[in-house]
Design a protein around this ligand. Structure first.
Ligand SMILES: [Zn+2]
Ligand SMILES: [Zn+2]
Length: 402
């Protein structure tokens, strides 16, 4: 005789496979109709209508185009949340599909279309299983993930999440084999701080450098010195990156030494001490070098997302769920955090959470096209494992006897 938990599991598996094809349809529709950060109104409407169609969802008021939906069981129980993002990127897609982006210079190149599709799949499964839910499951569709501060502050300030027990975020990863679930306890994404160093010297003719304060030479020394912070002043076992991404001067002629140079870059760390110490060292080195040449500096720091710190308990819980309910070999524990940023840290700053990777790597490819590439593409068959994982996370937390 089948136990109650086996009957429940069978029902969940049936519901998951019944929405499998629709996952791909949703993802393709969204992929074809991408919208930029803070402008995702059509995307929001599409999701809202899909949730109304599947029934049993309520909507909490929130600043648009964010959307917060929830399904409540008839009995009290855990309150948990899942987050997906709405926005695409200002990129011209170069992948040739029948469902490639129909909007010039806008592309879902970070997989947010896939994340929305998976949450729509989850909504459909949960709606069918409503009578089994004890508690409340909240689905967050957040605007502007790609541009800090993102819609996360608007969502958190609604206080809808105040009493949640936990929150999860699934993000695709084209480096990991299709369908594999990967996460780790502790830090999983990095803090990203942008900086600008403006160096003001004395312009002059290229033939008389000794009469100028050469901002090009000073800027070059600063670029090299900043690399030494990473290689010589910080612990090599701690993940951190400092990258200069722009070296600019307003000067257009090749015969003159410019009076001003601006360096731009970003700093990525996963712990507060490194973040603080590297910023201090950056200022000290840039100021010290400029000072030696009698140049002036103006250093501007723009704090981005914090590092995402996964709850130890929840990362182990996700691992357990993946091993128990997904096909053998579907789980991998990550050894190191990613040095990319994600707005999910805004939630893990307040609530226990877990950021999870879903492998979407295509078969038979020579070069991995990373997130934000104009050739970014995913293996859509991975979506079902993503849905299965989130469904069983929800079921284990809100359906008794599973
Ligand atoms: Zn992105
Ligand atoms: Zn993303």
């Amino acid at each position: 005789m089948l136990s109650y938990s086996n009957i429940l599991k069978r029902s969940l598996d049936l519901e998951i496979s019944s929405v499998a094809d629709r996952l791909i349809d949703w993802r393709r529709h969204l992929h074809q109709h991408p919208e930029l950060s803070s402008h995702e109104y059509q995307t929001r409407e599409y999701i809202r209508n899909s949730l109304i169609d599947c029934g049993n969802f309520i909507f909490y008021p929130v600043k648009e185009p964010n959307l917060i939906a929830a399904i409540k069981g008839n009995k009290p129980g855990s309150k948990i949340a899942f987050k997906a993002d709405l926005d695409a990127l200002p990129i011209q897609e170069l992948v040739n599909h029948s469902f490639s982006s129909s909007v010039p210079e806008v592309m879902h190149a970070c997989g947010h279309d896939a994340h929305i599709a998976i949450l729509l799949g989850l909504a459909n499964v949960l709606s069918k299983m409503k009578d089994k839910i004890e508690g409340e499951i909240i689905l967050i569709f957040q605007s502007a993930e790609e541009i800090p501060p993102s819609g996360a502050d608007d969502i958190i300030s609604t206080h809808v999440l105040d009493d949640i027990e936990m929150i999860f975020d699934l993000h695709v990863n084209p480096e990991i084999e299709s369908g594999i679930i990967a996460t780790k306890p502790g830090p999983i994404t990095a803090s990203i701080d942008q900086f600008e160093i403006e160096i003001t010297g004395q312009g002059g003719h290229a033939s008389h450098p000794h009469e100028s304060i050469d901002t090009i030479v000073i800027g070059s020394e600063i670029v090299l010195a900043l690399q030494n912070i990473i290689s010589r002043k910080t612990n090599p076992l701690t993940p951190r990156i400092l990258t200069i991404t722009q070296f600019m001067t307003p000067q257009l002629t090749h015969g003159l030494i410019p009076s001003k140079v601006i360096l731009k870059g970003n700093l990525r760390t996963v712990d507060d001490d490194s973040r603080y110490n590297i910023k201090k060292l950056l200022e000290k080195m840039a100021n010290g070098i400029a000072d030696a040449y009698e140049a002036k500096t103006d250093i501007r720091m723009l704090a981005g997302y914090n590092a995402t710190i996964n709850s130890e308990d929840l990362a182990l819980f996700v691992e357990k769920v993946a091993r128990e309910y997904l096909p053998d070999g579907s789980y991998r524990r990550l050894a190191m955090p990613y040095l990319v940023g994600d707005s999910f840290s805004k939630y893990t700053d307040h609530f226990p959470g877990c950021f999870i990777s879903l492998g979407v790597k295509l078969n038979n490819i020579d070069t991995i096209e990373y997130c934000h590439s104009n050739r970014f593409d995913i293996d859509e068959s991975s979506l079902q494992n993503g849905l299965k994982l989130l469904t069983y996370i929800a079921a284990r937390k809100t359906m008794s006897l599973l």
